[in-house]
Every structure is written in structure tokens, then in C-alpha cells.
Design a protein around this ligand. Structure first.
Ligand code: DAH
Length: 372
């Protein structure tokens, strides 16, 4: 390498000439050789690149050593040698940066390849489940634990399944157009037909009873329609869950037990229930069920209007007339039924004061249920 060191210093001028000649050839030649190496530099990864940096560009690298030697070259030679070794260093730095960028790009490409490119860009707006869906699912979940399955029926129904089979008298006010939406047979002709929007999910009871044999144990969730003016407390459509259990020896005590279980599961283990006598055409006896007001613990507050109780559903033993009309022998089978409003239960759980919020799709309202 340092061939100049082996040159004997014979005569001052000659030796100086010779030395410089050798020295300068050496530097130039090595610069040329290094230039070739630098141009051929290749690195597949960061480690290989670092090895190149150490070999050529670090303080003890070959190019730096060349510069060290250059320092001891006589002035007049510097002018000749300076440019090529400076160019060499620039070339090496440029090549090094080029390789560095290539490696960075390759790493980035690999990372991208591992990511799911079908993913929505951040931030992902998480949707929320509608409070009515949450409550409906919870009701279904509670009753499914005691053997109830889910049955479905149409929203556009006929008089038979909504009223007649359920023991509604022909002149019953529910059949009035003020209460029920009838489907017009001819456009613009508003006369009652027997096609209507179901007013309650009890219609699914009749569909199940006329198509299945006991034992029957079903829940019928769904949307129902009534001809009501829309306000904070009433809407022209809302949701119900109907329950029906028919078998041999089903009693009112079974009904009470199932509903007590439901109330405790839904509203907490301290919840009490009370059944008040009531009337529905399709059940006999009929009752309305209240639960103890969980806001005041039954002491009486503005929410329960001072009574300590809030009404949540209607229920009763299926009227034998209904069983018979649906082809079930009322001497062999008995059954209970109940029906509740999903909005009503959601109100009790979430204290939603205005019923309209459930159907207006205001995201500020819906987002409150995000964590549920
Ligand atoms: N169908 C009734 C209504 O819409 C609710 C109801 C009451 C359903 C008593 C029942 C029942 O099954 O037994 O108001």
C-alpha cells in the first residue's frame, strides 16, 4: 500500500521527485480503484450498507485514509490530487445515500404488503347499535334461557290474524280507521279492507297457532303500526315483543313466574312485580304487569307518578276461544301470552323522555349507546 515508504531516499531532489511521483501515482491509482469499487457498491439491507459505510466513509475508512495521506503531500501536488479524491468522496456519499433510500423504500414496501389494504383509513368511525335493537336482543336473550324461540310474521297483515282469530268482536274500535292503517284496494278510495298494517305482534301468535302443534313456546318481536298523531309520548309505529306458551297444564302461576324471572333479569334482582286485573279480547283472565319503580325504590316519585310502580306489559291466559279458532283443543291445552312495548322497556332502562328520538336517527342520540 504505502509503497512510498519503501523508496530509499538516495538523492534529495531525485528522491523527492521519485517519492512524489510514486506517492501521487499511488493516490491517484487508489482513488481510481476505489472509484470502481464505489460505483459497484451494493447493499441488500441496512447491515450491508453499514459495512460499506465503515469500509469507505468512516473515519478509518479507505477514503478517509486517502485524505489523511493527502494532507502530507507537498502543496504543489495538492492541486492535482485534490479534485479526484474530492470527487471520489462525493461519489461515495451519493452512492451511499442512493443505497440507503433504496433500502428504506424496500422496507416500506414490505410493511405495506403486510398491512390490510382493504381496511378503512383511520379514524374508523365505530357505529353503535340502536337502543331498540339492544333492548329487543336483551328481551330475546332472557326468554331464550327458559326455552323460548323466535317466530316471525308479516307487517302487512289481514283482519283474520290481527283481530278475528284473536276474539275481537266485529264492531271492536280497533277496527276503526282512526286506530288502524288499512291498505287501500283502489288508489284514493279510502274504504276499510281486510288488509292492514298489524297493530300488535299478537298477530304472530295466530300465525304460529294455526301452523304449529303444541307445545309452543315462542317470542314474536316486530314493528307495529297505529293511526296515532306523533308526539313525545305516541308514534304511528313502534315495536313489541309478544310471548306465547301453550302446553298441557300451563297455569297463571307459570305466567307469573316467567314474568318475575324476566323482570329481575332485565331490571335487577331487587325488582318486584305486581299483576293488576285487566281486559284483552284474546286472554282470560287478563292482567297488566307493573314493576317496582327503580328510580325511587318503590317509595313514589314523579317518574312513577307517586305510585312506586310502573306499567310494563299486558298478559293473560290464552282465551279458549282463541285456541279453538286456531285449531288447538282447549280441553287438552292451556297457554299464557304476554306482550310488551320495546320503546317502553328502553325508556325505563335509558330514561328516554321523547319517543321520537328512537326514529329520528340523530347521531348525537345514537352515539350515546356506542359502548353498550
Ligand atoms: N297485544 C296487546 C297490545 O298491543 C299486548 C298484549 C296484551 C299482548 C296481553 C298479549 C297479552 O299477548 O296477553 O296492547
Amino acid at each position: 500500500m504505502h509503497q512510498n515508504l519503501h523508496i530509499p531516499k538516495i538523492c534529495c531532489t531525485f528522491a523527492r521527485f521519485l517519492r512524489i511521483k510514486v506517492l501521487d501515482m499511488t493516490i491517484l491509482e487508489r482513488a481510481a480503484a476505489l472509484k470502481q469499487q464505489v460505483e459497484a457498491m451494493k447493499a441488500a439491507n441496512a447491515d450491508e450498507l453499514e459495512a460499506l459505510r465503515l469500509k469507505y466513509l468512516s473515519k478509518k475508512g479507505e477514503i478517509s485514509l486517502l485524505f489523511d495521506e493527502f494532507k502530507s503531500v507537498p502543496k504543489e501536488e495538492k492541486a492535482v490530487l485534490g479534485a479526484p479524491i474530492n470527487q471520489l468522496r462525493q461519489l461515495a456519499e451519493a452512492r451511499f445515500n442512493e443505497l440507503k433510500e433504496q433500502i428504506a423504500n424496500a422496507v416500506a414496501a414490505q410493511t405495506v404488503a403486510k398491512e390490510d389494504l382493504t381496511r378503512t383509513p383511520e379514524p374508523i368511525a365505530l357505529g353503535s347499535r340502536h337502543p331498540l335493537s339492544l333492548v329487543r336482543e336483551e328481551i330475546i336473550d332472557i326468554f331464550s334461557r327458559i326455552g323460548f324461540t323466535v317466530a316471525d310474521g308479516p307487517e302487512v297483515e289481514d283482519d283474520k290474524h290481527v283481530f278475528s282469530l284473536l276474539n275481537f268482536a266485529p264492531e271492536h274500535p280497533a277496527r276503526d280507521m282512526q286506530d288502524t292503517f288499512f291498505i287501500e284496494k283502489e288508489e284514493g278510495v279510502q274504504k276499510p279492507t281486510d288488509i292492514l298494517l298489524r297493530t300488535h305482534t299478537s298477530s304472530v301468535q295466530t300465525r304460529v297457532m294455526t301452523s304449529q302443534k303444541p307445545p309452543i313456546r315462542v317470542l314474536c318481536p316486530g314493528r307495529v303500526f297505529r293511526n296515532e298523531a306523533i308526539s313525545a309520548r305516541a308514534h304511528c309505529f313502534f315495536h313489541q315483543v309478544e310471548g306465547l306458551y301453550i302446553d298441557k297444564n300451563v297455569s297463571f302461576a307459570d305466567l307469573r313466574e316467567a314474568l318475575l324471572y324476566f323482570a329481575k333479569e332485565m331490571f335487577g334482582p331487587d325488582t318486584k312485580i305486581r299483576l293488576r286485573p285487566s281486559y284483552f279480547p284474546f286472554t282470560e283472565p287478563s292482567a297488566e304487569m307493573d314493576i317496582s319503580c327503580d328510580l325511587c325504590g318503590g317509595k313514589g316519585c314523579s317518574f312513577c307518578k307517586g305510585t312506586g310502580w310502573v306499567e310494563i306489559l299486558g298478559c293473560g291466559m290464552v282465551d279458549p276461544n282463541v285456541l279453538e279458532s286456531c285449531g288447538i283443543d282447549s280441553k287438552v291445552y292451556t297457554g299464557y301470552a304476554f306482550g310488551m312495548g320495546v320503546e317502553r322497556i328502553a325508556n325505563l332502562k335509558y330514561r328516554v323522555k321523547d319517543l321520537r328520538l328512537f326514529s329520528e336517527n340523530d347521531v348525537r342520540f345514537l352515539q350515546q349507546f356506542e359502548s353498550c
